[in-house]
Design a protein around this ligand. Structure first.
Ligand SMILES: [Mg+2]
Length: 141
């Protein structure tokens, strides 16, 4: 598909919200992705400390307080990895932040099943709307 860069949401995509450590299997998979030559960038609505800890560990750039579904954070990420819109994918667990931001910008979007765990109050509200959207999308297939 020509994808060279992958932007990752963090909370409930790579690490459960509120936890500090990544599952070793996910960490190994992500390191392998970097070794394969994919340019990786973390794009999170969470704080600088949350994002920078992961950036240091993986030696990749990151954008904190990205304000997804705004496109601003994703644009910043594309500049950081020096990738174009058509060679970039956005991976995240939320339709109304990660996927919406990615689709608005025009990158390829991948919605993943959220990791188990607690969630931010705003996320819990969005999940109800997500369920409704996903039910409709599944009916159309
Ligand atoms: Mg998330």
């Amino acid at each position: 598909m020509g994808i060279k860069a992958i932007l990752f949401d963090i909370d409930n995509t790579l690490i459960p919200w509120g936890l500090k450590h990544m599952d070793p299997a996910i960490e190994a998979w992500l390191r392998d992705l970097c070794q394969q030559g994919f340019k990786v960038c973390f794009v999170s609505n969470n704080t600088e400390s949350r994002v920078s800890a992961l950036c240091c560990s993986f030696q990749v750039p990151g954008v904190h307080k990205a304000a997804k579904p705004s496109r601003r954070g994703l644009r910043q990420a594309l500049r950081a990895v020096e990738a174009g819109i058509h060679e970039t994918a956005m991976v995240g667990d939320q339709i109304f932040t990660d996927v919406l931001a990615g689709n608005r910008l025009g990158v390829y979007t991948i919605l993943v099943t959220p990791l188990e765990g607690k969630e931010f109050i705003g996320t819990r509200i969005n999940r109800k709307l997500e369920k409704w959207v996903l039910r409709r999308l599944n009916r159309q297939q």
